[in-house]
Design a protein around this ligand. Structure first.
Ligand code: HEC
Length: 176
């Protein structure tokens, strides 16, 4: 079982992908480029998601980076590179820590899941979503790092992604 298979996340993610593919197919790949009349309905749909990332906006990225180094880098890597062979479970059935950079799947998830995964840990976050007894290597930081500090860390992580991943992550957030 993989944490990125949570149904609702997957549904939203695949919607985002479809949206992106639809957008990409209209982007100027040919000499002439598309006319704006084709793009405008797509941009309208995107606009409904454009303001959905507010917890991560205007954060203290310097503090987020320091907190990341002190609390997360031991597993997720000093350069957010994750642990080797992170897609395969260890012999004890626990997954290694995934990268938080663009090669991982952190950017596939909405703000709520990233926050809960950090605060409640993997086991707690999945239990809260009805998936019991998941043997997670991700510890809970509830009582260790404040909510505001968790958002700073997540905002720092987001700040390292290229624009494309940032836009995608924004699109999987339900409007709120
Ligand atoms: C003891 C090792 C360890 C530490 C320390 C740790 N993690 Fe994790 N983390 C994991 C593992 C292992 C997973 C893989 C999923 C699982 O097993 O639940 C994970 C998964 C995650 C996920 C969900 C997967 C993803 O990429 O979206 C997030 C978010 C996350 N960690 C954030 C953090 C943050 C933020 C910190 C620091 C505050 C942190 N982790 C510290 C081991 C760790």
């Amino acid at each position: 079982m993989r944490i990125d298979c949570s149904r609702s996340v997957e549904r939203r993610a695949s919607f985002g992908l479809r949206l992106r593919r639809a957008t990409q197919s209209l982007l100027p790949v040919t000499d002439g480029g598309p006319s704006m009349k084709w793009l405008s309905p797509i941009l309208l749909v995107s606009a409904t998601f454009a303001s959905a990332n507010h917890e991560l906006d205007n954060r203290n990225l310097v503090s987020g980076q320091t907190l990341y180094t002190n609390n997360c880098a031991s597993c997720h890597g000093a350069k957010l590179e994750g642990q080797p062979n992170w897609r395969s479970s260890n012999t004890d059935g626990v997954l290694p820590a995934p990268p938080h950079d663009a090669t991982g799947h952190t950017w596939h998830h909405d703000n709520g899941l990233l926050f809960e995964y950090t605060k409640l840990g993997g086991k707690g976050a999945l239990a809260a979503r009805g998936i019991a007894n998941f043997n997670s290597g991700m510890p809970a930081f509830d009582g260790v790092i404040s909510d505001e500090d968790i958002w700073d860390i997540l905002a720092f992580i987001r700040s390292t992604w290229p624009k494309r991943q940032q836009q995608f992550q924004k699109s999987v957030n339900p409007p709120h």
